[in-house]
Design a protein. Structure first.
Length: 458
């Protein structure tokens, strides 16, 4: 009876501790990783590193000098040599460790064994990146960071750089307009595309950038940010008037570059290899970021007159995508559907959009249109996005690399408030003043009087 009582007294706290660990793992995975998962995974890695590398085929035969030294000092068996391991560096989401590859090995050998390493060390995922020739870094992620997105506290940011989402390897996805000037973003209704666009606008609002919007849904997506927009077109008719102004602005900037370089006035724009960033800061025009929401609306036509207008607008968009980067004009093209059946110029426009972000789409053709020409294996990943995961997307670029990303939640009110607070950052561009959206002034409530009139007496 005494032994049973002692067992119950000891088992109660153990059961409570196990239940608390299970609850933390389900509801607060970061807390569980920091307290339980990190020590366990570190112990597994240290205790089984050599055997796991050998099982994965990542070991090599020892050198002749090593064989002679082992035989001279001990009688134990000479075993294959694994890659030399660096210091284990814990993070809030996992572990990082660097490996020096043995002669004859390449990073692809380690990347091919990432799934085996994940199971052997009990982590959520393992990602391999090259640090320098002969050295790779293993990034072990302890839990699914995309289930509940929490952006890192320290994110490298700068001019025309916006940390907009989190990658599946727990690194931030930064939209860098200097590196990738134009991008195509696709997503069906309730897929998170609007949230992605909201992060971009809120991130660019405090920067010295001119924001221009074309929102053919009568402005319901971009109108809340009117205080920060330099121009806004809410239907195809207004877009047909705005795009020529942007083309003229681009040509004026090319003339400015020509004058600075001493080129002849008749030099074609295609032969100018420099850009506005080579100009002195006091002469450099402000960058322009053009957001095009529901780009399919610009391709749809009902009459012959609309078809001519459509062809003209598509041609102007293609010109901006081809020549706008050197003039400091960047495109962010968004839509629910994008395919060759939209009409003439659709595939040509897509070819100029280097960056691609594909949220959940309604058909495989849209995923192929977004990612098929740069990363065919990413198409299946985009088609596998579930409706229960809004904000999850597949991001790729012309280099062929791709990764899953997910944006964190940002309310429309917070994004609009950021734009209102940054209204003083709207640059002075005379050509865009006719398209400046009207910003309604919030009504001012009259204060309640605190002094009451004296009552009338006899």
């Amino acid at each position: 009876m005494t032994d049973l009582t002692t067992l119950l007294e000891v088992g109660g706290p153990v059961a409570a501790l196990g239940g608390g660990a299970a609850y933390a793992r389900a509801k607060h995975p970061s807390v569980y990783w920091s307290t339980v998962g990190l020590p366990i995974s570190t112990a597994r890695l240290l205790g089984s590193y050599g055997s796991v590398m050998e099982a994965c085929g990542l070991t090599v035969a020892p050198s002749r000098l090593r064989v002679l030294a082992v035989k001279a000092t001990t009688r134990r068996e000479v075993r294959p040599v694994p890659p030399r391991r660096g210091i284990i560096r814990p993070t809030s989401t996992g572990l990082r460790i660097r490996l020096r590859l043995a002669p004859g090995q390449e990073p692809a050998d380690v990347a091919a064994s990432a799934e085996r390493l994940r199971h052997a060390w009990g982590v959520h995922a393992v990602y391999v990146s090259t640090v320098k020739p002969g050295v790779v870094e293993l990034r072990l992620v302890g839990f699914d960071v995309l289930r509940r997105v929490r952006m890192p506290r320290k994110v490298a940011s700068g001019h025309l750089k916006v940390p907009v989402a989190l990658r599946e390897d727990a690194t931030p996805f930064v939209r860098d307009y200097r590196a990738i000037p134009h991008q195509l973003t696709l997503g069906a209704t309730l897929s998170g595309k609007s949230m992605y666009l909201r992060h971009l606008v809120a991130g660019l609002a405090p920067q010295p950038v001119a924001l221009v919007g074309i929102d053919c849904k009568r402005g319901v997506e971009l109108s809340p940010f009117a205080a920060r927009l330099s121009a806004l077109a809410t239907d195809p008719e207004q877009a047909a008037e705005l795009l020529p102004v942007l083309i003229q602005e681009m040509e004026d900037r090319y003339e400015l570059i020509k004058a600075r370089q001493g080129l002849a006035p008749g030099t074609p724009d295609e032969e100018i290899t420099s850009d506005v960033w080579g100009l002195p800061e006091d002469e450099r025009p402000v960058p322009i970021v053009l957001f095009v929401d529901e780009v399919a609306e610009l391709f749809l036509v009902a009459t012959r007159k609309d078809e001519d207008r459509r062809d003209e607008m598509v041609t102007q968009l293609i010109r901006l995508a081809q020549l706008g980067r050197a003039a400091g004009i960047y495109l962010e093209v968004c839509g629910q559907r994008f395919g060759a059946e939209l009409g003439k110029g659709a595939t040509m426009l897509r070819a100029q959009l280097t960056g691609r972000v594909c949220h959940r789409v309604n058909d495989e053709a849209s995923a192929k249109m977004a990612l098929g020409d740069i990363a065919p294996e990413a198409v299946s990943a985009a088609c596998a996005i579930a409706p229960e995961q809004p904000g999850l997307a597949v991001a790729g670029d012309s280099s062929g690399g791709w990764s899953r990303i997910r944006t964190s939640y940002l309310s429309l009110g917070d994004a609009a408030e950021t734009c209102r607070e940054s209204a003083h950052m709207v640059p002075d561009l005379p050509a865009l003043k006719p398209f400046r959206p009207h910003v309604p002034v919030p009504p001012v409530e009259s204060p309640t009087p605190v002094v009451r009139p004296r009552p009338v007496t006899d």
